[in-house]
Design a binder for this molecule. Structure first.
Ligand code: ADP
Ligand code: MG
Length: 726
């Protein structure tokens, strides 16, 4: 056991932690609280006049425009409902480009001018808010002197009550735009992209002869990985506290090599935390369902049931903030950083997605008749085209300084975006591609044969491929490259938009062919064949972690955007500009602003990490090392004075490392000083190429010192302690 007072203190604190396993009453009827704090459709149905309810429901379910006349009535009922639940304030909640959640609280109270006040909430305040936009990242869209920004009610994402011991708040999910209508958030483009995708998908459905075509939506089920580390440790790790990851730390003697954590028994304290988070999420209507240990020690996963992408995205943000605050109540810090511990698996967020609607179901579900299958194959082929043409954008949508540590590090897919179809589906596409060249009568036969011989494509028909960034998993695709800290809105926006383009292409081809008299099945056959020929290069069923794949991918012409700095320029390519403007998702100014914000955030992240590296090395690690060096030197001197032969091996080794640490520090501060000579993306590249490697050099010396310096002098909690004690 360590005798270092800081670390010992932390361990004693954890031992003394008497937090109950779970705070809530375990006897409570399961599920009884679900949606309790949500102004849901069912609450609205009970409280709103029938015509008003119908109007709001049409907006929510069918994406119809909101009738402004109903806003006042909805607002009043919403306020009454909230006040019955102890709410005094409301907040427009939005998702600025920081990736965090922002909320501005206002009271329902309105002074009436005679010294008294009434409690009021008008339709106008429900529908629109006006926070100061200048304090949020905007990449040049907003000059500070014209700071106005607007929030607008997202009717499709229900209002909810956030409970807090210090007062409950009615939260209204909103979009956040500038005075000139430019998106300053993650939600606006997501909603725009949904609309674009829906429009094109409906054209395809019409071609397949569907009647009563509903608004199409994308669904998203995000699996969220996270670490729990005891607060007592985190408090004495300034790096974890400020950057979410450890900038120092020697590898523990025991890591994850035994594979003994994944799906293992969940520790009692952690289970208490999970119970409480799930209950809080249930109240908010977030369908948290699956939970288990993850691969790394101290790592866990939660997966809510999939929902419409914009709701899933809001719920995902809510989930992360709920986890953070409930973890604290249990004496934990919940880490969403992509790589909190070097040498230990990091955390991702798998974005499972599909498309569909109420009437026509899930379009990525193979179904069990040939007709369904043909439609399913068109949607899958559209995905193949979309991912092949716009792999760079998908890579961009999950780019961050944190995620750079994970991608391609043999724990997450590489930065090369490819598709895994599974043996069965790959084989079907193979047949389609090969059969296409036959005579026309045969072609028709082949299509039906191709489709008929499709073995019933059941869920889990194919094996899994953990190394693929984009894998078909039975009735959905799983985009596995997203980072744990990231909003799912960004990847879902790209997925919707690139699907809008691909479905547009499919619909246009099919429309043209049938107009020219080609039989529909034959037109489908030709289309599938064309897509597989043109875009099949993106399909890869092998091992994505292998070296050979990197070489092969290059031959196939697939992009390998290794770092965020490589990915950011994808915002500004002519193809991206054309794509996003055609489908009305981002205009030029918005793309440029997102590029700038991305660059800024990358530079800031590395810069803060570098500052902390210097501070911790100088004030914590170097002093410990020098003390130990002095102790060893004293020992050598004392032995010599006593006429005993002194072994100087340890002293020399420590001295060498102390010198390396000092040199590293000098190089790092020099590197930081040089940053001013660069600007924009060049400054980001400089941070990647000069600052990050210099940080790593400091870390190498420091971690080597951790392995030799006397344990009682080492005050930073170790990997072993942080990962295994809870
Ligand atoms: P696994 O670990 O096997 O991938 P999980 O149960 O952990 O599976 O998570 C799967 C996620 O995929 C869940 O969020 C689930 O709701 C979601 N999902 C399932 N079907 C669909 C679908 N059709 N569209 C989108 N997401 C889906
Ligand atoms: Mg899972």
């Amino acid at each position: 056991m360590t005798a270092n007072p800081t670390r010992l203190g932390a361990i004693r604190e954890i031992e003394a932690n008497e937090a109950p396993a779970a705070f809530f009453d375990v006897a409570e009827e399961t599920g009884s609280v679900f949606g309790e704090n949500v102004f849901s459709l069912s609450v609205m149905q009970k409280r709103l006049p029938r015509s008003v309810y119908r109007s709001v429901a049409a907006t929510i379910q069918k994406g119809e425009r909101l009738d402004p006349a109903v806003a006042d009535i909805v607002a009043k009922e919403m306020k009454d409902w909230a006040m019955e639940k102890g709410v005094t304030h409301y907040a427009h909640v939005f998702y600025p480009l920081t990736g965090l959640t922002a909320e501005k609280h206002d009271s329902f109270m309105e002074p009436v001018g005679d010294g008294t006040a009434v409690w009021e909430f008008s339709g106008k305040t429900l529908v629109q808010g006006e926070p100061d936009a200048s304090s949020f990242p905007n990449g040049g869209i907003r000059a500070t002197f014209e700071a106005r920004g607007y929030t607008g009610w997202d009717v499709q994402s229900p209002a909810y009550i956030l409970e807090n011991p210090n007062g409950n708040t009615l939260c209204i999910p909103t979009i956040f735009v500038s005075m000139t209508g430019e998106a300053l958030d993650h939600k606006t483009p997501l909603l725009r992209s949904q609309a674009a995708m829906s429009q094109q998908a409906q054209r395809v459905l019409a071609l397949f002869g569907h009647k009563d075509i509903d608004n199409v939506v994308s669904y998203c089920g995000p699996e969220q990985e996270y670490f729990l580390v005891d607060t007592s440790f985190v408090n004495s790790r300034p790096d974890l506290l400020n950057t979410g990851r450890t900038l120092f730390g020697a590898r523990p003697p025991k890591g994850q090599e035994f594979d003994d954590h994944y799906f293992g028994a969940i520790p009692e304290r952690v289970l208490g935390f999970m119970h409480d988070t799930e209950r809080a999420l249930f109240k908010l209507g977030v369908p948290a369902k699956t939970r288990h240990n993850e691969v790394a020690p101290g790592q866990f996963e939660i997966a809510p049931v999939f929902e419409r992408a914009n709701l899933a995205s809001d719920h995902q943000q809510l989930l992360m903030s709920t986890f953070r605050s409930i973890a604290k109540q249990h004496g934990f810090e919940c880490l969403f950083h992509e790589k909190p511990f070097a040498g230990v698996n990091g955390s991702g967020k798998h974005v499972n997605f599909s498309f569909g609607n109420g009437n026509q179901g899930n379009f990525l579900s193979p179904g069990d008749n040939p007709h369904d299958n043909a439609q399913f194959l068109v949607f899958c082929a559209a995905i193949v085209r979309a991912v092949h043409l716009h792999g760079g954008l998908l890579r961009l949508s999950i780019a961050s300084a944190g995620n750079d540590h994970r991608l391609g590090a043999n724990e997450a897919p590489p930065a090369i975006i490819s598709i895994f179809l599974g043996d069965q589906l790959a084989d079907v596409f193979d047949q389609v591609a090969k059969a296409g060249g036959a005579t026309s009568s045969k072609q028709k036969g082949v299509l039906s044969v191709g489709v008929d011989t499709l073995p019933d494509l059941t869920k889990d028909a194919g094996d899994r491929n953990r190394t693929s960034p984009f894998a078909f998993t039975g009735n959905r695709f799983e985009f596995r490259a997203a980072g744990s800290n990231q909003t799912v809105a960004a990847p879902m926006t790209v997925i919707n938009t690139i699907m809008a383009e691909a479905l547009d292409f499919c619909a246009t081809e099919l429309e043209a062919a049938t107009a020219a008299g080609t039989e529909f099945n034959e037109a489908v056959q030709t289309l599938l064949k064309k897509i597989i020929e043109d875009h099949g290069a993106v399909i890869f069923n092998g091992n994505g972690y292998s070296e050979e794949w990197h070489a092969e991918a290059e031959q196939r012409g697939l992009k390998n955007l290794r770092t965020t700095v490589d990915a950011l320029p994808e915002y500004l390519t002519p193809e991206s500009r054309a794509l996003f403007s055609t489908y009305g998702v981002f205009d030029e100014a918005e793309l440029e602003s997102r590029f700038e914000v991305g660059v800024e955030q990358y530079v800031m992240t590395i810069n803060v990490e570098a500052n902390l590296t210097v501070e911790i090395a100088k004030t914590t690690i170097l002093p410990a090392a020098v003390r130990y060096q002095t102790e060893l030197a004293g020992n050598v001197a004392a032995l010599k004075a006593a006429g005993v032969e002194a072994d100087t091996t340890d002293l020399l080794a420590v001295t060498e490392l102390v010198t390396a640490l000092r040199t590293g520090l000098k190089e790092l501060t020099d590197a930081q000083a040089g940053a001013h000579e660069h600007e924009g993306i060049a400054e980001a590249a400089y941070h990647r190429d000069a600052v990050l490697p210099a940080m790593l050099k400091v870390r190498e010396a420091a971690d080597a010192l951790e392995d030799v310096v006397a344990d009682d002098l080492w005050s930073l909690p170790t990997y072993q302690e942080m990962l295994f004690i809870r």
